[in-house]
Ligand binder design. Structure first.
Ligand code: NAD
Length: 452
């Protein structure tokens, strides 16, 4: 396997050295080719995701295909400007000189993707790689084999292997790829594997973008519009059966409005999902038996206030609300990544700030309140990757916002121009004048200054 990978990388290095991927018109053409190929295979993608974990077609369109098409369109529209050199202001000591930032491609890039949005999270970084003028090797997740096969087919039909290649497989393949000296590794997955990736990258001093996970809180303050808050929390939490990196992991609600919020949450779950055990057409399965078992064990970490029924054969757990869960319960120790929402209470906002700050920096945070003061206090004093005020998850749909974590939830960011930047080196160049020469730097400062 290693020999095949090394041969592939040799061919990619030659192709990159030819300069072909640098040209901006070439990049735009490839993005259009990718868009056309995705649309051509829309039915195959939808079918593959259904086979992998019963993902409903509407969710597939919304969170995988639709997202990618919007991202490609945005990139094609703006890449000329992003790729252009930018002049920067001068300074007095650099009189006559001109400073320019020249974005350049990094070279050979490796993209490692997870299973939870297996199509989108493989191809969204690829848009960044192409737009910035790189070659790429893409490894989709082995846990979604049908989607992995469609990704391989789309890329094979759209691109020569020496430009964009898909290598399918699991940990062994990942490990072989990570041993090679790429110019960038873009990894999306768990914090635990993120550490393995960072360690492997360090051996070659390869830069990394790490899009990881964590426990993302949703905070509902007493002045929030509760019905709307419940609707948006339920949508963000149970989308993809809770298998979303930025899903609200747990809920912190101010004590006085807890009962009313729980009532609204139940109403919204019923309205959006109905009885998923009787009819699961609009609700995906959990990815495998291991995750089903892990998640089922959390059902005893509190009182089931809503949901809680399971179907092991179809790997289903109902959208569930847990109350009476303490900070020390197992469900509060790791990212839940499933359709179980523990609801904890607080009295004072300081308690929220202290508790969240005592844990690893989350990937996302959602705050529901009408108060600017509360918004200011929470967003100024808690560090997290990104988030929303009065919504969940939607921050990742803006191509103008950087999407990424901080510390244990990730390094670097992407989407829109941030994807282009993630896959580029910003080369700083100073063009000096030859019409005159200032003497100040040559050690005769005072005399030279007098002569000026
Ligand atoms: P994972 O870390 O298990 O796997 C991700 C990729 O790494 C896969 O391609 C897999 O083959 C590879 N891999 C797994 N173990 C490896 C090892 N020991 N050595 C080398 N490579 C290895 O993650 P997952 O289970 O596919 O995805 C779920 C996790 O990803 C969650 O923690 C979730 O929060 C996170 N996630 C983050 C984002 C984000 O944008 N920040 C998006 C989706 C998922």
């Amino acid at each position: 396997m290693t020999e095949n990978i090394q041969d592939l990388l040799r061919r990619q290095r030659d192709f990159f050295a030819s300069g072909t991927p640098y040209s901006v018109p070439f990049r735009k053409r490839q993005l259009q080719i990718l868009a056309d190929a995705v649309m051509q295979h829309e039915t195959d993608v939808t079918e593959a995701l259904r086979e992998d974990f019963a993902k409903p077609p509407f969710e597939t369109f919304l969170t995988e295909i639709g997202f990618l098409m919007a991202e490609i369109r945005h990139t094609i529209k703006h890449v000329d400007r992003w790729a252009s050199p930018r002049n920067v202001p001068g300074t007095l000591t650099l009189l006559g000189a001109k400073g320019t930032i020249m974005p350049e491609p990094l070279g050979l890039t490796l993209i490692l993707a997870p299973w939870n949005y297996p199509f989108q999270l493989a191809l969204a970084p690829l848009i960044g790689a192409i737009s910035a003028g790189n070659c790429a090797v893409l490894k989709p997740s082995e846990l979604t084999p049908h989607t992995s096969a469609v990704i391989a087919r789309i890329c094979q039909e759209a691109f020569p292997e020496e430009y964009i290649a898909v290598v399918e497989g699991g940990v062994e393949v990942s490990t072989s790829l990570l041993a090679e000296p790429f110019d960038l590794i873009f990894f999306t997955g768990s914090t635990q594997v993120g550490k393995i990736v960072a360690e492997a990258a360090a051996k070659h001093l390869t830069p990394v973008v790490l899009e990881l996970g964590g426990k993302s809180p949703a905070v509902v303050h007493s002045d929030a519009k509760l019905e709307l808050a419940a609707k948006r929390i339920v949508w963000g939490k149970y989308l993809n059966a809770g298998q979303t990196c930025v899903a609200p992991d747990y809920l912190l609600v101010q004590r006085g409005v807890k009962d009313r919020l729980l009532h609204e949450l139940k109403r919204q779950i019923e309205a959006l999902y109905g009885d998923v055990i009787a009819d699961s057409r609009h609700y995906p399965s959990l990815i495998n038996d291991r995750h089903f078992g892990r998640l089922s064990s959390y059902l005893t970490d509190g009182t089931i206030c809503h949901g809680g029924r399971t179907d092991p054969a179809r790997r289903l757990i109902e959208p569930t609300l847990l109350t009476g869960t303490g900070w020390d319960a197992p469900v509060m120790q790791e990212e839940i990544f499933g359709p179980i929402l523990p609801v904890l209470e607080y009295d004072d906002l300081e308690e929220v700030i202290r508790q969240v700050n005592a844990r690893e920096k989350p990937l996302a945070l959602y705050l529901f309140t009408e108060s600017r003061d509360v918004q200011h206090r929470v967003f100024e004093r808690i560090s997290f990757g990104g988030g929303c005020i009065n919504d969940t998850v939607m921050h990742l749909s803006s191509p103008y916002l950087p999407f990424g974590g901080v510390g244990p939830s990730g390094t670097g960011a992407y989407h829109g121009k941030y994807s282009f930047d993630a896959f580029s080196h910003q080369k700083g160049v100073l063009k000096q004048t030859t019409l005159f020469d200032l003497n100040t730097r040559y050690g005769k400062g005072e005399e030279a200054l007098k002569r000026l």
